[in-house]
Design a protein around this ligand. Structure first.
Ligand code: ASP
Length: 376
């Protein structure tokens, strides 16, 4: 089922131990058994000869064929393909999984379709407050930011926290300040503005009976005719982006970037920048990026939970992802999904919502893109 390559915790140093090897054999047996009994909710894929691989998500939620307009659907598929290609190019030329994660997320952050960077949802006070995190499976180093307002690519700021500061997690004005210090591209907050997300905010605030803040300074004037709702009215939340990747050196990494939830208040931060909840990576187990209602993902430490099931229970990656999403998350009535990758080339995605924007590719393989839950 898996292609045999030693997973290395510290690149080039620590060969896979005997215990790990026998664990892996057991896992293969478990996988084979699962395949025979059809035990998992979404079928595990085998990728014998994959050397590098990448999996992406663009958020999960009420994404249904019946309410999706074909033009919008095509736009999402094109964007996911572009981001996957950007990551794949890095991996193809021998770049690191961290570089691939950052490159693919930067594309999605610039794309107004997604709730990250430009196109992020608005907080109740009318600002875009951006959260992101990244983790390196080879070293267990991690970086995260929350509530940042001026960095074009929050994922790069998370990486700068990891690589250029002694810390893991920076928030608010301090994180904005560090971004300048780290030499990252700064933009006016109006750079992140999109009419569609502004209208979603106005609608949500009206629904909650909350005051509507003034239109942000620097935003274009309101359109004469209202913008067409690109998404169905009940789907105001999704669009967080995440990427997990495996490079030619068998190192894995994960990253996630989001604007959080529409009309969030009081400095609310979701799971996306929380290491262990929205993002986790360890060469000992797997790399995961999550999307969904962050409060549930924080409480379950979803990303780390998936990896713990792989590491300590010997579950296949797909079994672990399904266990967390379809059992543990369901049990507390949470909604959302995960993408995951392991050093041996296993890839998985699992979600309990009607859809999740997603894509994956392995070296020499075909790019697979999915939106709805009836796709593979
Ligand atoms: N997980 C994100 C948050 O709670 C939102 C999402 O993934 O849609 O901030």
């Amino acid at each position: 089922m898996r292609f045999a390559r030693p997973a290395r915790y510290h690149e080039g140093k620590q060969e896979v131990s005997r215990v790990q090897q026998s664990k892996r054999i057991l896992t293969c047996a478990a996988l084979a058994l699962a395949a025979m009994t059809g035990a998992t909710a979404q079928t595990p894929q085998s990728h014998h000869s994959a050397r590098w691989a990448i999996v992406l998500h663009g958020g999960a939620g009420v994404i249904e064929r019946a309410t999706m307009n074909p033009k919008t659907e095509a736009a999402y598929r094109t964007s996911l393909a572009q981001a996957a290609r950007a990551g794949a190019q890095v991996l193809e030329r021998g770049g690191s999984s961290l570089d691939a994660v950052e490159a693919a997320i930067q594309i999605l952050e610039d794309d107004p379709l997604f709730n990250a960077g430009r196109g992020a949802v608005f907080a109740a006070d009318g600002r875009n407050e951006l959260d992101a995190s990244i983790m390196d499976g080879a070293t267990l180093k991690a970086g995260a930011v929350a509530g940042v307002t001026r960095t074009r690519h929050p994922i790069s700021l998370a990486r700068a926290v990891m690589e250029k500061s002694p810390h893991v997690f920076l928030v608010g004005s301090g994180a904005d300040e560090f971004s300048v210090h780290a030499g990252l591209e700064q933009v006016d907050p109006s750079f992140f503005f999109t009419e569609r997300r502004w209208q979603s905010l106005v609608k949500q605030l009206k629904r909650e009976g909350l005051p509507i803040p003034p239109r942000p300074v620097g935003a274009p004037p309101p359109p004469v005719v209202p913008v067409a709702e690109i998404e169905p009215p009940n789907a105001h939340r999704f669009g967080t982006v995440g990427v997990v990747a495996l490079d030619r050196k068998s190192n894995i990494a994960a990253g996630t970037s989001t604007g959080g939830t529409t009309a969030k208040r009081w400095g609310r931060v979701g799971d996306s920048p929380v290491i262990g909840a929205g993002t986790y990576a360890s060469n000992q187990s797997c790399a995961v990026s999550a999307t969904g209602t962050g409060e549930y993902f924080i409480r379950l430490t979803v990303a780390r939970e998936v990896c713990a099931l792989v590491q300590y229970k010997g579950l296949s990656l797909q079994q672990a992802a399904d266990q967390v999403i379809h059992k543990e998350l369901d049990a507390i009535h949470g909604d959302g999904g995960v993408i995951a990758i392991a050093p041996d080339g296993q890839m998985a995605w699992s979600f309990n919502t009607p859809g999740m924007y997603r894509a994956r590719q392995t070296e020499g393989g075909k790019l697979e893109i999915g939106i709805y839950n009836d796709e593979p």
